[in-house]
Structures are given as C-alpha cells and as structure tokens.
Design a protein around this ligand. Sequence first.
Ligand code: GTP
Ligand code: SPV
Ligand code: MN
Length: 605
Amino acid sequence: MLLQEVCLDQWTSNPSLITWIKEIQNLCQPDSVYLCDGSFAEYQMLIERMASEGKLYYLNEEKRSGSIYFRSDVDDVARVEEDTFICSKNKEDAGPTNNWKSPEEMQEKLQEYFSGCMRGRVMYVIPFCMGPLGSKFSKIGVEISDSPYVVCNMRIMTRMGKEVLAYLKDEEKFIPCLHSVGVPLAYGEKDVPWPCNPSKRCIAHFPDTKSIFSFGSGYGGNALLGKKCLALRIASVMAKEEMWLAEHMLILGITSPEGEKKYFAAAFPSACGKTNLAMLRSTLPGWKIECVGDDIAWLRFSQEDGKLYAVNPEAGFFGVAPGTSMETNPNVMKTIEKNTIFTNVALTDDNDVYWEGMSKNPPINMTDWRGERGFLGKKNASHPNARFTTPITQCPSLDEKWNDPNGVCISAIIFGGRRDDVVPLVFQSFDWDHGTFLGASTSSQMTAAAQGELGKLRQDPFAMKPFCGYNMGKYFDHWLRMGKKGGEKNLPKIFSVNWFRKESDSFLWPGFGENIRVLKWIFERINGDRDAEKTPIGYIPKIEDLDVNGLDISKKTLEKLFSIDKNAYLIESDEIEKFFSQFGSNLPYEMKRQIDNLRIRLTKE
Ligand code: GTP
Ligand code: SPV
Ligand code: MN
C-alpha cells in the first residue's frame, strides 16, 4: 500500500523538492515514505488505519455522516506561543513581540530533535497550495509529517495532493515544512492514541530561508503548518518583501436589499468571533452575508484598477466548537453536519458530539474530552479550544467567489478585540494612517486558543501578535507604505468594532446574527449614505442611524455601547505608548504622531 520514493520522480521533477525529501528521510529515519495524492480513498485509508489503532472514533453515521472524533493529549490542546520562534539572522528582525533564537543555534537543536524521530512511523509527504490553484496570490508548500491526523486535516484545510505538484515548476521554490510529533517507536512498540512530546516542543520559522520546523505537538496551528506558520508568519515576511498583506482576517460578502454587493475583511484575535462573523446569518430582512474565508486573508493591489483584492488561502475551517449553536451560528452548524473532524469535544452516548453552549438541553450522559464519563452540568465537557475541521465547500452561505484566482475587492477593513469596557461597538477611522494606528493599538482579552492567562488584557496589534514573522514595528510601517501605494481613493475604509462590551458581567450587545446591524452601518457609511459624529477616537454612528428595528435594546444601552470615556482613553494611550516604545527606532514616526494627536483630541475637544 505504501508508495516508495521511486514514485517521486513520476510526480515531480523539481530537483530541490526531490533532494529535500530524501534528505529528510535520511534525517528522520521513518519506516517508510508515503506521498499523499490527496484522494478521498487515501483519506479513508488513513482514517481506517487510525481507527484500527484506537486513535479515533467514528461518529454516528446518521447524525454525522463521514465524521470522526479525536481526543488529544491533555498537554497538547492549543497553540503554544512560548515554544514558537522566529529565527531570523538578527534578533532585531524578529522584534520584541517574538521569541528569537539564532538560525545556527536553532538548527543545531532541530537536527538533534529530528534525527531518528520518525522511527517506527510512516513519513507522509503532503504537497499543498495556499490560495486558489494557479492564482498569482498563491504559494505552494510541502509538509513532511509523521502524523496521519495532520494529513487528514491538511486535506480539508488546504488544496492538497498530487495535483498541486503540477503547478510547481522545476525551477520554482516551495516552502518546506517539516513536522514530527516527536515520539519515535521502538520495533513492535504500540503507539499511544495521541503522540506528542511537550517537553521538546518547538515551532521554528526561518524567515530568511522561508522554511518551517515543528516538533513535539500534533495540535492545530502547531502542526497544520500551512495555516499560521506558512500563511501568516512566513507569508507576512514575503508580503513585506513583495508589497502585499498576509493577515489574520476573515473575508465576507455583504449584499444590500437593493442587490448591491461589497466585500469586507476583518481582523479579530483568536477566538474573538471571525468564524461567526464570516458565516453570519442576517437578522435584517433583505441583507445577506456570504463567506469567502474565516481566518486568513492575503491582500494585493490589482494591476488593473489599483484596488485591494483578497483571497482566502485556506480551503476549510478549523473553528472553535464551544459556543457554536443553531442560535448563534446556524451556517456553521450546517457546515459541520458531515465529513468533519472533531477534536476535543465531548462524546454523547449515541456517538454524536457535544460542547458547551450547543443546546439548552445537554445530554444527561456523555464522555468528556479527557475520556472520562461525565454527567449533566459538568464544567468543560469539551475543551474550551475544542475544534472542528470541515470543508469550506459545505458552508451553505459560501460566496461564489471563494475560489476566484483574482480574489474579491475589499471595501472595508475592520479591526476588533474582546474588550469588556472602553471600546465602543463601532467607529470609523479618519483615514488609512489613523486606521493603521487603530490596528496597531488593538488590545484584547486572552482566550483559550493559546496557552496563557485567560481573560488577561494584552496588546494584539492587527490580531497578529502571535503571527507576525518579523519586527512588528516594521510591520506597522509596511501598512503605512501600502497606504501610500494604494492612495486614499483606492483604499478600503477602516473601522473598529467591539462585540464584547459588558455591564454587570453581561454583554451589552446581543452579537452574532445581530452584528449585521453594524455591518449595515459600515456599508452605508462607505456609500456616503450616513453622517457620523466626529469624536476624539474616530467617527461614531449617530445613534438613530444604527438599525435596531426588531431588536429589544434600550436607548440607554445603546448610549452605553457608544460612550467614550476620555479618561479611560487617556490611560489607554499611555498603555499604547508603553507598548510601542519597545519597538524603538523600528516604530514609524507616524505612530508616535497618532498617539500625540489622539491625546490632543481627547484633552482639547
Ligand atoms: P480562531 O479560530 O481562534 O481564530 O477564532 P475566531 O476569531 O474565528 O472566533 P469564533 O468565531 O470561533 O468565536 C470564538 C468565540 O467567541 C465563540 O465561543 C463564539 O461563540 C464567541 N463569539 C463570536 N461572536 C460573538 C459575538 O458577536 N458576541 C459574543 N458575545 N460572542 C461571540
Ligand atoms: C487561532 O488560534 O487563531 C486559530 C487556531 O485559528 S490555530 O490554527 O490553532 O492557530
Ligand atoms: Mn485564527
């Protein structure tokens, strides 16, 4: 059943790819090498094998056709930022917001870690393309991994398999991505259900050579290397070099009752609402939202009209399960009805999945994500970062242009975070540079998407703090340069939103489907149909302009949602200044000017 390396020559004649695969085989010493063709038969074969090894469960075929369930190791449940490194030649190029090790030191460690690490395992070679096949936006990567779980997830999340190699010309570069769970097996030794090696965990990026090495974790962004590692950390470096943007953004299409359509991109930190907004089901009659992508956007200026166009480099959703329900996000619930991989959710007695917030009547008996029998009312039956991996093509609100090689033209960029106070529901920046400042000064409360202190407020510029592959000060400058290149007339308008403002521990804004009301205001504002109130922080809607028809919300609550506490913003500006100061001479002068101007507006206006 296993293809051997002889086959390689029939699939590609790219000399550096052939050499690299052989080199990694020598280094990692797998039992065999398998080239992934990306077919459904292959996917099923891998699933069957994992099932026979006790690594997964088949879900109820009637309720979740073609779906499977994994439980990870309890120490391998989220991205691990402390084990993630940017190994640029100079420390300054990684900047103060990234962990850095010199390429030499990291390579020495990696050579030791990877040497012999695949003994007793199969080495899978996974060719993949981020972005539509053949598009000028797209980048080809090849992930080598010893995890069949990774292969199955990559097949859903990317354009994966043999056909990708047809697009890789002989002289062309690919991005090499090496992954191992980091647990070699002795001859005849039985494997554990979820192999991982947390004490040696290391996710290393080499921006100078554009390569990725990940050791010791099998989970999410640590292991599916096309996603955060390639499409954000390495791509952000390429984007700076090639004058485009690689961003942690959803992309949606919004159509008005008159049939006018626009596309918006929005950056929120991990577990702050991208998937939900991208698949929003509108509560306003006549308004429609369609989904292009839910996590990553690559944006470029068009040669034809000079405007900014975006593609979603992914082909699936790796979404947060807890909190997802028919009430909050029916489109996602439909998407994950079949052919979906669930990880770390709870398992019901009839082999269906369950998570917190899924329904008002949780099953009486279930098995939690750790594999323990649980009972009604048990806290965290699913892990807070439990996820589904599901094909984008199953999304009922998928946009017709989701796979368009030219991308979609972006009219608005939206920044947001999880802020229980200070930040209003929505406001607009004065211009691109001020919008860049809004992105740069975004802060958000920490979520379970990464290991860390839950709820702690941290600066997360552009929702990219964990994902920018170079000095963030230079990244701000890149945004300003993009603005100069585009010109105010061609550029999207920039907005800020916050769904999470609270009073007495409850959300002031209903969120989810009701967020259409905010998107509608943005749409109308771009069209020039709405005035706004100029405030020290930006343009705020006139309260009567936010469509709250059919919504049970008091004027007092709306006023609270839009209230601006100048003192709180002055404190905020001190925090931003402190955060910015660590970038030293890499901080663009314009960012300092923006803080000064904000303070002047707050104290004088
Ligand atoms: P990543 O995949 O980690 O990048 O997350 P994401 O930004 O796609 O976040 P997602 O849409 O999965 O939402 C994360 C959590 O926030 C879920 O538990 C949602 O239920 C919750 N959430 C999303 N939108 C809203 C909203 O408008 N209001 C409130 N209160 N909660 C929301
Ligand atoms: C995020 O944390 O922003 C995610 C999940 O989208 S992961 O792929 O694990 O990075
Ligand atoms: Mn994300």
